[in-house]
Design a protein around this ligand. Structure first.
Ligand SMILES: Cc1cc2nc3c(=O)[nH]c(=O)nc-3n(C[C@H](O)[C@H](O)[C@H](O)COP(=O)(O)OP(=O)(O)OC[C@H]3O[C@@H](n4cnc5c(N)ncnc54)[C@H](O)[C@@H]3O)c2cc1C
Length: 440
């Protein structure tokens, strides 16, 4: 039986395994998937989780529940020796071990890309994991509660100031959703007004959301401005030391919540695999999703797709000729990869991956959204409905779709959930503080 090893259980890894389960005949191959996390994360919903609109666990898909015919290992692939077709696996418990494979699928995704800006590593938080989204939600809600107890002044201003760095898709969605959460929470805090809350987005380029047309991006800026959210274009973050944000336009302010969404890069683990990596740190892939050498020859038994790979965009619309790193491609590449891998196992020819971009749809807080496909643009409430419709259906697995849609119905009926469980980070504190002790 051929041994297939999948590195990563995100969009690409999860869907590759899911489709291999479907296409492989009994006894044809044995599939192992390794990921440090026991779930795949549906990233497009992270901003809505941060805004208290979707229950956090509903946007993650438990691997073991849905990959019943796959051997799921919770751990990380530390390195790969493709010449020997072995991988070193560090499980979440127990000793590291070496696993042999016949085919490897590299699907380790991307990581947040930061720059050496003072204070960012200590003060900022990303928006790439469910844990970060929960932490951002809890921080903003807790800060409102703290600020309501304080007189006007520096400390209160800091608690009510939110900064998002990076005006790409994820950054704008996060910024707009947090603004929407803050505005909604003001109803519960008569001590605070909208003018007390400050929302700053910092974008180094002269526009936001490169995925939509300039006209649509200008609509987004206008929409945010009317909601009390400031976007600083052509501006860079100079320092965030101690939470004091210093911008290249000379502005300085204190901010208790700094979210970093200024881009991603291929997971650096791909450099330790002995596989060809291009100048931007991505594994070289062909349109068949097979890893290729610089001269275009196929590296036998190696496959790569998703954010960690440079896959040619055969529609001719890619950036630098390559597919852009997004979920639209990751999911479809995974499905094609699974079919191609099975074809190669059976001595058949793999087929090229080709997908014409469907466009982009973004949620910008309840009732606000944008959609762009070619020259067609929709803004405002209809686009927000399209965002919910598209992503509600794109959420993997029916049981997950039902949870998300059920939550939206509840939210419509009983309102947004603005509770936090931030004490969860110190789970023993309640017991240690209040439990009765013998002899006291
Ligand atoms: C906030 C946000 C919003 C987004 N919104 C959209 C959107 O609206 N539309 C869209 O098309 N795209 C969107 N994206 C992009 C999309 O989520 C990514 O392009 C997609 O996740 C890429 O899939 P992937 O499988 O390559 O990586 P991932 O889904 O990130 O999966 C990588 C997996 O590899 C695992 N891993 C990492 N290192 C190792 C290792 N050493 N060993 C084993 N496993 C490892 C990780 O734990 C992870 O599970 C968004 C992204 C973010 C962050």
């Amino acid at each position: 039986m051929a041994k297939i090893l999948i590195v990563g259980g995100g969009y690409t890894g999860f869907y590759t395994a899911f489709k291999l389960q479907k296409h492989l005949r009994a006894g044809e191959a044995e599939v192992t998937l390794v990921d440090p996390l026991p779930y795949m994360t549906y990233h497009p919903f992270l901003p809505e989780v941060a805004a208290g609109l979707i229950e956090a666990r509903h946007v993650i898909v438990p691997l073991r529940r849905h990959l019943k015919k796959t051997h799921v290992v919770q751990g990380r692939v530390a390195s790969v020796d493709h010449a020997k077709k072995t991988a070193t696996i560090e499980p979440s418990a127990g000793k590291s071990y070496t696993a042999k494979y016949d085919h490897i699928v590299v699907a380790a995704g991307s990581v947040s890309r930061t720059f050496p800006i003072p204070g960012v590593a200590d003060e900022a938080i990303g928006m790439k994991s469910i844990e970060e989204a929960i932490a951002v939600r809890d921080r903003i809600i807790d800060n409102f509660a703290k600020a309501a107890n304080l007189p006007k002044g520096k400390e209160r201003d800091r608690l009510l100031t939110v900064t998002v760095i990076g005006g790409g898709f994820a950054g704008i969605e996060t910024f707009a959703e947090l603004r929407s959460l803050a505005t909604a929470m003001l109803r519960q805090y008569p001590e605070l007004t909208i003018d007390d809350t400050k929302f700053h987005m910092v974008e180094a380029m002269s526009r936001v959301m490169p995925e939509v047309s300039l006209k649509t991006s200008l609509w987004v800026l206008k929409n945010l401005a009317t909601r009390g959210a400031v976007v600083h274009l052509d501006t860079q973050l100079k320092s965030a030391k101690g939470g004091l944000v210093e911008l290249s336009n000379g502005m300085k302010f204190e901010s208790d919540l700094i979210v970093w969404t200024a881009g991603v890069m291929a997971n650096p683990v791909v450099n330790s695999m002995g596989l060809p990596v291009e100048e931007r740190g991505r594994i070289r892939s062909s349109a068949t999703l097979q890893v290729t050498n610089v001269d275009g020859t196929v590296v036998a038994g190696a496959w790569a797709a998703g954010d960690n790979s440079a896959v040619p965009d055969l529609t001719g619309n890619g950036v630098g000729g390559m597919c852009v790193p997004n979920a639209q491609h990751a999911v479809r590449q995974a499905k094609r990869l699974a079919q191609n891998l099975v074809a190669v196992l059976r001595g058949e020819n793999p087929v090229d991956y080709i997908h014409k971009n469907l466009g982009a749809v973004a949620g910008l807080g309840v009732g606000h959204g944008v959609f762009q496909s070619g020259k067609i643009a929709v803004t405002g409430f209809p686009a927000w409905l399209m965002h919910r419709g598209y992503h509600g259906l794109a959420m993997p697995m029916w049981e997950r779709k039902f949870r998300v849609a059920g939550g939206w119905i509840m939210q419509f009926l009983v309102g947004r959930d603005t509770t936090t469980l931030s004490l969860r980070e110190h789970p023993q504190s309640y017991f240690q503080t209040y439990a009765s002790r013998p002899g006291k």
